[in-house]
Write a protein that binds this ligand. Structure first.
Ligand SMILES: Cc1ncc(COP(=O)(O)O)c(C=O)c1O
Length: 397
C-alpha cells in the first residue's frame, strides 16, 4: 500500500507537542524567562571529566567508533560503581554502554517489545517514556499511582494487578522518580516484584536519579533485590547527577541473554555512544564523588526552597516538583493552562503541563529546580510569589 507522503502509522501517533502552546507565548514574552520546564542542570561537570580536558596525546583515535558494548574504561568504572552501590558484581558480558537513558530505554524497548504488547506505566511518568513504548507499536498502560502511594488504603499490588491483561509484558519503574521526586519503599518494591513474578513480566528499572537523593543515605537499588534481579533490565545515566546530559552517555545491564540482544539492537540504532564522552564519563564515575556530594547539597537546598514556595513537601530525590495546581485555577478550569499562562506572563516562569506526565494530571504542573543557578531560581521564586499568593487566596485568576 503506497504511503507517500505520510510517516508510518506508529510514528504518526507520537506527539512531542504538549508544550507547544506555551512555547509560542514564551517567544513573545518581554523580560527574563526562567526555563523551569526543562529537566536539566546549570552545573558544569567536574573538570576532570570534561572532554576539553582530555589530553589528545593520551587518547589517539579519539574520534573513531567505540566498541558497541562500550569503552573498556567506562565499562570497568560502571561495573565498579554498580558493585559499590548494590553489592552486585555484574557479569561483564551483561553490561552495555548506551547513548543516554533515552536511547538506552529505546534500545531495550525495541529488544523486548513487539507491536500490540502492553507495558504497565505507573503515572505520573517521565514524559518521553510514553513515546518510547508507543514508538514500538506497544501500548503504555497508564496507572495513576505515584501521587497516591501515601493515600490510606491505597493498594499498590492490587492496582497493578487490575491493569494486567494477556498482552502485558513489562512494568516500568523509576525510583527516585520523575516527576514526583518520590521513592518506592522496599515493601512497595516487593509488591511490584510479586506482580512481575506472578505474570512473568520484564521490569524496566530506570535509575537516572539514583545519585540524587536528599535524605542521608542512598536509596536501596530496587533492581538488585533477589526477587527482581533475574527479570530487571536496568538503565543508568550520567546526564542528571554528573551534569553530563549533552554528552549522551549511560549504561544498561540485565540478564546476560537479553543484554546480548540489547547489544545487537544497539548496533542498528546508534552503534555506539560518542567515544570522547565515554572517556570523560569513565573519569566522572571514578573520581567525581566529592563533586557529586556537593551537587546533591546544592540541589537539596534548591528543592527545599522551591517546595516551600509552592507549599508542598521537599521531594525525597530527583530534580522536580509535581504540584496539583487546582487551588490556583479558576473554578471549572479543566486543565492547568490558566495557571501556566499566569506564571509565564506575570513572572516569566515556564512550567510543564501535567498532561505530559499522564492523562490523569491535567490540573498538575511540573517544575525542575535544578535547571537554573541558585540565584536565578531565587529570582524566579520571588517573581512567582504574588502569583502563588493571589490565586491561593482565591483572588483574581
Ligand atoms: C526518568 C528519566 N529517565 C530517563 C531520562 C533520560 O535521560 P538521558 O539524558 O540519559 O537520556 C530522563 C531525563 O529527563 C528521566 O527523567
Amino acid at each position: 500500500m503506497p504511503r507517500f507522503a505520510s510517516p508510518s502509522a506508529t510514528t504518526a501517533t507520537l506527539s512531542t507537542g504538549v508544550f507547544s502552546g506555551l512555547g509560542e507565548r514564551a517567544r513573545s514574552h518581554t523580560g527574563p524567562l526562567y526555563p523551569l520546564h526543562v529537566g536539566d542542570t546549570w552545573r558544569e561537570p567536574w573538570e576532570g571529566g570534561r572532554v576539553e580536558n582530555l589530553a589528545p596525546a593520551d587518547h589517539p583515535l579519539l574520534y573513531t567508533y567505540a566498541p558497541v558494548q562500550g569503552e573498556p574504561s567506562l565499562l570497568a568504572a560502571a561495573r565498579d560503581k554498580i558493585a559499590r552501590r548494590s553489592g552486585r558484581l555484574i557479569d561483564p558480558e551483561a553490561l552495555c554502554v548506551v547513548s543516554g537513558a533515552t536511547s538506552g530505554l529505546s534500545v531495550v524497548a525495541q529488544t523486548i517489545l513487539d507491536p500490540g504488547d502492553e507495558v504497565l506505566l505507573p503515572a505520573p511518568f517521565w514524559p518521553l517514556i510514553r513515546g518510547i513504548i508507543a514508538s514500538r507499536g506497544a501500548t503504555p498502560v497508564q496507572i495513576p499511582l505515584w501521587d497516591r502511594l501515601a493515600d490510606p488504603g491505597f493498594d499498590l499490588e492490587a492496582t497493578l494487578e487490575r491493569a494486567i491483561t494477556p498482552r502485558t509484558v513489562a512494568l516500568y519503574l523509576n525510583s527516585p522518580h520523575n516527576p514526583t521526586g518520590g521513592m518506592l519503599t522496599p515493601e512497595m518494591a516487593a509488591a511490584c516484584a510479586r506482580v512481575a513474578r506472578r505474570h512473568d513480566l520484564w521490569v524496566l528499572s530506570d535509575e537516572v536519579y539514583e545519585d540524587l537523593y536528599y535524605g542521608d543515605t542512598p536509596p536501596e537499588p530496587l533492581w538488585a533485590r533477589d526477587d527482581l534481579i533475574d527479570r530487571a533490565i536496568v538503565v543508568h545515566s550520567l546526564s542528571k547527577a554528573y551534569g553530563y546530559a549533552g554528552a549522551r552517555v549511560g549504561y544498561a545491564h540485565g540478564p546476560r541473554a537479553v543484554m546480548q540482544a540489547v547489544r545487537a539492537t544497539q548496533t542498528f540504532q546508534v552503534y555506539c555512544a560518542p567515544r570522547p564522552m565515554q572517556l570523560g564519563a569513565a573519569r566522572l564515575i571514578a573520581h567525581a564523588d566529592d563533586w557529586l556530594a556537593q551537587t546533591r547539597e546544592l540541589y537539596r537546598e534548591a528543592a527545599d526552597k522551591t517546595a516551600r514556595a509552592f507549599g508542598v513537601a521537599t521531594p525525597a530525590g530527583g530534580t522536580f516538583l509535581f504540584v496539583d495546581a487546582a487551588r490556583w485555577l479558576p473554578p471549572g478550569a479543566s486543565d492547568a493552562m490558566p495557571f501556566l499562562e499566569r506564571c509565564l506572563d506575570e513572572a516569566g516562569v515556564l512550567l510543564t503541563p501535567g498532561l505530559s506526565s499522564g492523562d490523569a494530571y491535567a490540573t498538575w504542573v511540573r517544575l525542575c529546580f535544578t535547571s537554573v543557578a541558585p540565584e536565578v531560581l531565587d529570582e524566579a521564586l520571588t517573581k512567582l510569589a504574588p502569583v502563588l499568593a493571589a490565586t491561593s487566596r482565591g483572588g483574581p485568576s
